[in-house]
Design a protein around this ligand. Structure first.
Ligand code: 87F
Length: 580
């Protein structure tokens, strides 16, 4: 039988018989991996990863987590020791692909490998900093295009404030900065000379922007003032850096707004939170829970914090997906952001701030990725359909190539992001694996039989099903399949997430569910001391549990229900768990 993947006598990804002369030497390979799938590049990536980890370990002067240590130890002895080699080979044979680790067996290493081999991230020589490669950046841009258009509909305007913050300004709101101070990075020198005063690099822009809010807002006609900026921020984190999830520099949008009334501010908090829900659920196909943070977990400078919480079933950890805060009048007081109201009286503004970050991408990878690599939801994939010619000896190669080009053109013309992979130095099978690793939602193959029958073969990334599509129905069928992929990724993720939610009424039930890596929904008395106590009682190697959010969508709480932790009367249902 004609084996589509093996047609052509070309190297397969795991054979390491690269033909591209520009990538030939081992030296070059260290800098620029031949391919994520070839053992050489894996070793190179491993070495880079290890050096990154070592930097982290030394810098922190603390221990790194166990699995990382094991990885370092393995690499220290040389990743090519017989034992290491044997293990990698074995897994590779099992997966039939280039990933050395399986998602369910070694999630940490799987993630590190998939972000690099899937071409999202390259490690960098400063610990906790990562290069966002075009494959990741394009996802960010899709979300940015959506969000930017939505906030413009809400009359929010973009602006840009400087990266540098003077120490006086940064520390103006003492309460706000207090807990965060160790994470602020400072510039102390220019060339060889010490600066007169160190200058901070923005970790967030409240204190940068609000002096100007004070200047620009005079009367009620200057309100609302609704600004947003797309930028980077730096927070010198000390806990385990993780690409996208916890990095020392990241991209975000930060919205800062001021209103005449609390009602307007309250409305905006929820409007923005709904946009964040849509980013996760409609774009990234990741289910989230909308809710309010506890007093302990809210942004200390604000009045209340709302959040969209995601969950990573493999680690049993919640992730704060994005936050929308009502700041109340705390900052207005501090920065004297006053206005003359309609009655001619002096009044203080009500403020909000809100942000989502590149963390979104990490959550998506963790939720959808599998043992073959990334799985990108069609709505965010910069390549939704990859078209691969599958010629073989004696076939009408030109005809097949032309059919591929025509397929891409037809799809592009109807707004589908399709590309053809015409590279002649890789076999079709190699290309299949590489695009699977990169998570492209749909692969279209055109071989001699398809060409003769005026059809294409489509293969879904999410479930590997194959579908023969007549050329005449191409656009409609492909569009349908992309919609189905988007939908079933969300459904599968939701099903998995829901299976991890456990209700607990007592401490015993709570502790048991926590040990099973569940997200726990429990009746709570809503007292800060009790939350602190829960943290203390759950401290351990895996990190303490904390409240994630009290969902807006509250189940019924019958009269007389008691708090799972204190035994006092419960006031609300709250999600608890370990978190990132
Ligand atoms: C780290 C260093 C300095 C978080 C920090 O969530 C200051 C801070 O203020 C800091 N880490 N925060 C809280 C940020 C709150 C808020 N800022 C605007 C947001 C949304 C966007």
């Amino acid at each position: 039988m004609f084996d589509r993947a093996k047609s052509w006598s070309m190297p397969v990804p795991w054979s390491n018989q690269q033909k591209d002369s520009t990538l030939g030497s081992e030296n070059e390979t260290k800098v620029k991996p031949l391919s994520p799938l070839c053992p050489l590049s894996l070793r190179a990536a491993g070495r880079r990863y290890v050096s990154h980890l070592l930097t982290t370990a030394t810098e922190k002067g603390k221990s790194v987590n166990l699995s990382l240590r094991r990885f370092i130890a393995m690499a220290g002895k040389g990743a090519s020791t017989a034992a290491a080699k044997g293990k990698k080979k074995e897994v590779k044979k099992e997966t039939g692909l280039g990933l050395s680790y399986k998602k369910d067996e070694n999630f940490g290493e799987w993630y590190s490998e998939v972000v690099v081999n899937g071409e999202m991230i390259e490690y960098y020589d400063i610990s906790g900093c990562y290069i966002l490669r075009p494959w990741a950046m394009s996802i960010w841009e899709v979300m940015q295009t959506f969000f930017d258009a939505e906030i413009k509909k809400m009359k929010i305007k973009n602006c840009y404030f400087p990266l540098f913050v003077s120490s006086g300004v940064l520390q103006k709101e003492k309460d706000h900065i207090e807990g965060f101070a160790p994470e602020v990075a400072w510039v102390t020198k220019s060339g060889e000379s010490e600066l007169e005063m160190p200058i901070a690099i923005r970790p967030t822009s409240e204190t940068v922007m609000y002096p100007y809010f004070s200047k620009w807002i005079r009367g009620h006609r200057d309100l609302p003032l609704r600004l947003n900026q797309w930028c980077n921020v730096v927070r010198w984190e000390f806990s385990n850096p993780t690409p996208f999830i916890r990095s020392r520099e990241f991209l975000w949008q930060e919205g800062h707004t001021a209103f005449a009334t609390k009602e307007e501010a309250d409305t905006e908090v929820l409007d923005i939170l709904e946009l964040y829900r849509r980013i996760y659920e409609e774009f990234l196909a990741v289910p989230v829970i909308k809710g309010k943070k506890s007093e302990h977990e809210k942004f200390a400078g604000g009045l209340y914090t709302t959040t969209v919480e995601a969950f990573v079933p493999n680690t049993g950890r919640g992730v704060q997906g994005a936050t929308s805060h009502c700041l109340g009048q705390n900052f207005a007081k501090m920065f004297e952001i006053n206005f003359e109201n309609e009655k001619g009286e002096k009044a203080m503004v009500w403020q909000n701030s809100w942000a989502y970050t590149t963390r979104t991408i990490g959550v998506m990878i963790m939720v959808h990725g599998d043992d073959k690599g990334l799985v990108l939801p069609p709505k965010v994939a910069s390549v939704q359909v990859i078209v691969i010619p599958v010629p073989y000896k004696d076939a009408d190669t030109k005809g097949i190539f032309d059919a591929c080009a025509a397929t891409v053109k037809t799809l592009n013309e109807s707004g589908i992001r399709a590309e053809a992979d015409f590279r002649d130095n890789y076999s079709p099978g190699w290309k299949y694996s590489q695009w699977e690793l990169k998570g492209v939602p749909l692969r279209i193959e055109i071989g001699p039989k398809d060409f003769a029958n005026n059809q294409v073969r489509a293969v879904r990334r999410d479930n590997s099903t194959k579908h023969d599509i007549p050329m005449t129905d191409l656009v409609e069928r492909v569009q349908d399949m992309l919609n189905q992929i988007q939908e079933s990724l969300f459904d599968a993720a939701k099903q998995k997430r829901d299976a991890c939610i456990q209700r607990a009424h007592t401490w015993e039930e709570f502790a048991e569910a926590l040990s099973q890596k569940k997200m726990i929904l429990a009746p709570w008395c809503d007292e800060e001391e009790v939350e602190k106590d829960v943290k203390t009682r759950t401290k351990g190697d895996m990190g303490a549990a904390k409240s994630l959010c009290s969902p807006f969508d509250q189940p019924e709480l019958p009269e007389g229900t008691l708090c799972f932790a204190s035994g006092k009367p419960a006031k609300k249902w709250t999600y608890w768990g370990r978190s990132y």
